[in-house]
Design a protein around this ligand. Structure first.
Ligand SMILES: *[C@@H]1O[C@H](CO)[C@@H](O)[C@H](O)[C@H]1NC(C)=O
Ligand SMILES: *[C@@H]1O[C@H](CO)[C@@H](O)[C@H](O)[C@H]1NC(C)=O
Ligand SMILES: *[C@@H]1O[C@H](CO)[C@@H](O)[C@H](O)[C@H]1NC(C)=O
Ligand SMILES: *[C@@H]1O[C@H](CO)[C@@H](O)[C@H](O)[C@H]1NC(C)=O
Ligand SMILES: *[C@@H]1O[C@H](CO)[C@@H](O)[C@H](O)[C@H]1NC(C)=O
Length: 392
């Protein structure tokens, strides 16, 4: 009898283990999706074919986040490190900045920084091999995505150059502070014509991340706190608790689309700020925004949607939802909430069940069916699958 129970429980454990590694486990789904994402990776450009420059930063972040969750011996770790090594060296040669001169030196493409660019005030060169200028393209949101991507790469590998690059990019972003709205904030791009949510959320999140990583944390903590104080008072957070796209020329909420990523980046920023300088108000604010976003963007099955779905999302908008899920998971890790967990699981399960083709390519409408696929829809969906692995 005793032996029977013992054997039975060994069998039960073995069964549980084998079922958790079957093709439908969160980790194996995410790994398959990452393998498919890499079919678009182009070692000549350091980016992912079929999607753009800033999307590439998000492809890299999704890969880094998944690599953090696998064993050190998992081939995905090696893949992620190879991507960092390659992208670090070659991606600046395809920087879309129209102001950069493209030249060929010893048969290799290089970019040259234009003397005429007024806002590029420093060349940060802290480690001798890192030149943040080559990553800047005049759109401060794009710069912020790359800073976060290199922080993710640093977190995985500990390679100091990656952190220095993120610091150099951020220091450049500080040169456009403040805007004409209130006494702070940054502009969307070098034309200084639009004050929007995403650039400010990214500025905030990068500063807060650096406050937990840089050797002079107080400087970055100060930037994060100033940006958060400004952002809260900016009017971009509406009466429903969600965040619109930006401000009008006279600094009022412009009532433009509540994009999912604008409900996301701020969450990760608040989590990192709370880690650097704990204050319950940060997590309370993040929780309010996350719940308001779910109310606004989830369907009755708890699957998150963008208002442009299913057929009208452009090549930027296809990226957004994964960013929300990635940051919701960061909040879930420090302030667990059954609703957040349910949304993460529902999105991941629905993507795998309803929004996937035979090649494990994943589309933009997570409720399905899968339509157009590219590295942007793939990496965005991968973010949701990775979030599900993290909470499993
Ligand atoms: C099942 O997984 C657990 C935890 O990962 C491990 O400790 C255990 O040895 C595994 N059992 C079998 C039979 O593989
Ligand atoms: C990445 O580059 C570093 C430094 O050159 C090297 O030590 C490492 O083995 C490389 N990793 C991979 C996966 O290629
Ligand atoms: C950094 O790169 C830019 C553009 O690629 C170049 O113009 C600049 O001289 C570099 N700065 C340093 C300190 O090497
Ligand atoms: C926490 O944040 C709140 C709201 O921003 C602020 O009023 C309070 O002074 C902060 N508490 C501490 C200990 O910093
Ligand atoms: C995507 O955003 C960039 C600015 O970051 C813009 O230049 C580009 O035109 C946008 N692409 C599409 C397809 O809207």
């Amino acid at each position: 009898m005793y032996l029977y129970v013992l054997l039975y429980s060994i069998f039960a454990v073995a069964t549980a283990n084998s079922s958790s590694s079957s093709s439908s486990s969160p980790l194996s789904s995410a790994s398959s999706a990452a393998t498919t994402l890499q079919t678009w990776y182009n070692a000549e450009t350091g980016l992912w074919d079929t999607c753009g420059w800033w999307n590439g930063a998000n492809c890299m972040t999704a890969l880094a986040d998944l690599a953090m969750l696998v064993d050190e011996s998992d081939p995905l770790r090696q893949t992620a490190e190879e991507v960092f090594n390659t992208t670090f060296v070659v991606a600046p040669s395809v920087n879309p900045d129209p102001g950069l001169e493209k030249v060929t030196v010893n048969g290799r493409p290089e970019t040259r920084y234009p003397a005429a660019w007024p806002l590029r005030t420093h060349d940060i060169q802290e480690s001798g091999t890192v030149n943040a200028s080559a990553w800047l393209d005049g759109a401060y949101d794009d710069d912020g995505w790359w800073a976060l991507a290199w922080i993710a790469a640093y977190d995985l590998t500990g390679v100091q150059d990656y952190l220095e690059l993120a610091i150099g990019i951020f220091d450049e972003m500080t040169t456009v502070w403040p805007t004409n709205c209130g006494d702070g904030g940054i502009y969307w791009d070098h034309t200084r014509s639009y004050v929007n949510a995403i650039s400010n959320e990214l500025f905030f999140s990068v500063a807060a991340h650096l406050a937990n990583r840089a050797s002079n944390p107080a400087d970055y903590l100060d930037w994060a706190q100033r940006e958060w104080a400004w952002f809260q008072a900016s009017g971009m957070i509406n009466a429903q608790g969600t965040i619109n796209d930006g401000l009008t020329a006279d600094c009022k909420n412009n009532q433009q689309t509540v994009w999912s990523y604008n409900q996301g980046v701020v969450l990760g920023g608040l989590v990192e700020l709370n880690r650097a300088a704990p204050n319950a108000s940060y997590i309370e604010a993040a929780t309010r925004i996350a719940k308001a976003a779910i109310t606004a963007l989830a369907d009755s099955n708890k699957v998150i949607h963008e208002s442009c779905e299913p057929n009208n999302c452009d090549a930027n908008q296809t990226q957004f939802k994964g960013i929300f899920l990635r940051n919701l998971q960061m909040l879930q890790a420090v302030a667990p909430d059954d609703q957040f967990a349910a949304v993460i699981r529902a999105c991941a399960d629905s993507i795998w069940a309803n929004d996937r083709n035979d090649a494990n390519q994943l589309g933009v409408d997570w409720a399905g069916p899968v339509t157009k696929v590219d590295a942007s829809t793939q990496s965005s969906a991968l973010d949701a699958l990775v979030a599900a692995v993290a909470i499993a």
